[in-house]
Design a protein around this ligand. Sequence first.
Ligand code: MG
Length: 253
Amino acid sequence: MNNKFFITTAFCLTALQYTFAQEGMRPEMSEFYEPVTPVVTPGKDLPGGGFTAPSDAIILFDGKDLSAWENTQGGAAEWKVKDGVLTVDKSKGDIRTKEKFENFQLHIEWRIPEDIQGDGQGRGNSGVYLQGMYELQVLDSYKNATYVNGQAGSIYKQTAPLVNAMRKPGEWNVYDIIYTAPVFKEDGTYRTRPQVTVMLNGVVLQNNTTILGTTEYIGFPRVVKHGAGPILLQSHGDPSAPISFRNIWIRRM
Ligand code: MG
């Protein structure tokens, strides 16, 4: 029996089995009703493109205060809150959520000041650190060239975004981030690596991208075992005017 004959015969037998398996089936035999899908009430549209939190989200910043946040020493988060908007205070360092997360959907809106100055990485630099470990870059990438795996929407120093969907300075940019936490082996290496999908202003920038390891300014990513982690916002030392955030919420998955 030659190979081609064998493959053809195997294919025919499989097709025959499949045909017989379908006999006697009724539509309801491939329909199920439990468990019932939970109902979530979606948020409301906001001027500028974002939308408010759905009913099952954890609110991280709703414009009022920073009670969900702390500084990286565990003290009070001291960035500025005014008119419903959170603005980086570069003298106070990074801030992070008090709560820690594994898999999540994160919504966060950010705005580059209209009068931003500077260029490259020195123009509106901040970042959203997933589980406090992996930086999704925030930068003014509107007509501002830099290394492509360091522009807005990059997994910093790893993966460039698929496209540049930035709005111009002064307008709100909307990140929707779907993150799957890594699973580690006993020896501290990844069993499954972290994965992330990112949309900016409704446009996919990262499509289930594999994160290779820690965010390193110099050198390559490292594999560092960790558990649940916070959302951390970067206070970058670039000399440009500080950027702002609003409407931050997260859903555990
Ligand atoms: Mg950054």
